[in-house]
Design a protein around this ligand. Structure first.
Ligand SMILES: Cc1cc2nc3c(=O)[nH]c(=O)nc-3n(C[C@H](O)[C@H](O)[C@H](O)COP(=O)(O)O)c2cc1C
Length: 164
């Protein structure tokens, strides 16, 4: 028998995750869609693939399932407000925000992120109330910095343990 919803939520709170923004153009090619996720992960080395999961009731769901390309911006600790902004609903979160433009794929990206990853959409797998979206990594840039993490409903960062 599967676990109940409350236990599932506790489990979600116990799993720390890096915070990213997934961004893309919608099917018209003019409107940007963007949402905060903690489900981004690199997947395959050869070919280079990455993935994230999106819930069915996200406004961005249809656009991302149908997308040809998407961008991933791994956020820095200085970007908590960006994470909050794109975890909201509504067009206001997009309007007035100045996105960078991808270099190799037609994707919007968050300026000053720790990493920019440009993917062509490869496959999607509906799974429960989410879909797993897999992208072929066509371009990637990283810089030094402190990653923004989410744990127990709070934003934080990584601190290495002292070694003995
Ligand atoms: C730290 C954090 C991580 C999140 N991770 C995900 C995720 O992995 N997948 C997802 O679908 N939503 C995730 N969300 C929720 C979406 O950001 C939120 O539902 C957003 O409003 C969706 O935007 P949209 O409806 O404009 O698509 C996360 C929210 C937060 C604050």
């Amino acid at each position: 028998m599967p676990i109940d919803g409350e236990i599932f939520k506790q489990l979600g709170r116990a799993a720390a995750g890096a915070v990213s923004v997934i961004s893309a153009y919608d099917r018209t090619g003019t409107n940007i869609i963007a949402l905060t996720v903690s489900s981004f992960a690199t997947l395959s080395f050869d070919p280079p693939l990455a993935m994230f999961a999106i819930q069915h009731n996200a406004d961005s769901y249809a656009s991302l399932v149908e997308s040809k390309a998407f961008g991933v911006s791994l956020l820095d600790t200085a970007q908590v407000e960006v994470a909050r902004r794109f975890s909201c609903k509504g067009r206001e979160k997009i309007e007035g925000f100045k996105f960078d433009q991808g270099i190799v794929a037609n994707v919007p990206l968050i300026p000053n992120a720790l990493a920019h990853i440009e993917c062509s959409t490869d496959q999607n797998f509906p799974s429960g109330d989410h879909a797993i979206i897999v992208g072929l990594i066509e371009g990637s840039r990283t810089r030094e910095g402190q990653p923004l993490l989410y744990f127990a409903r709070q934003y934080g960062t990584f601190k290495p343990l002292a070694t003995v």
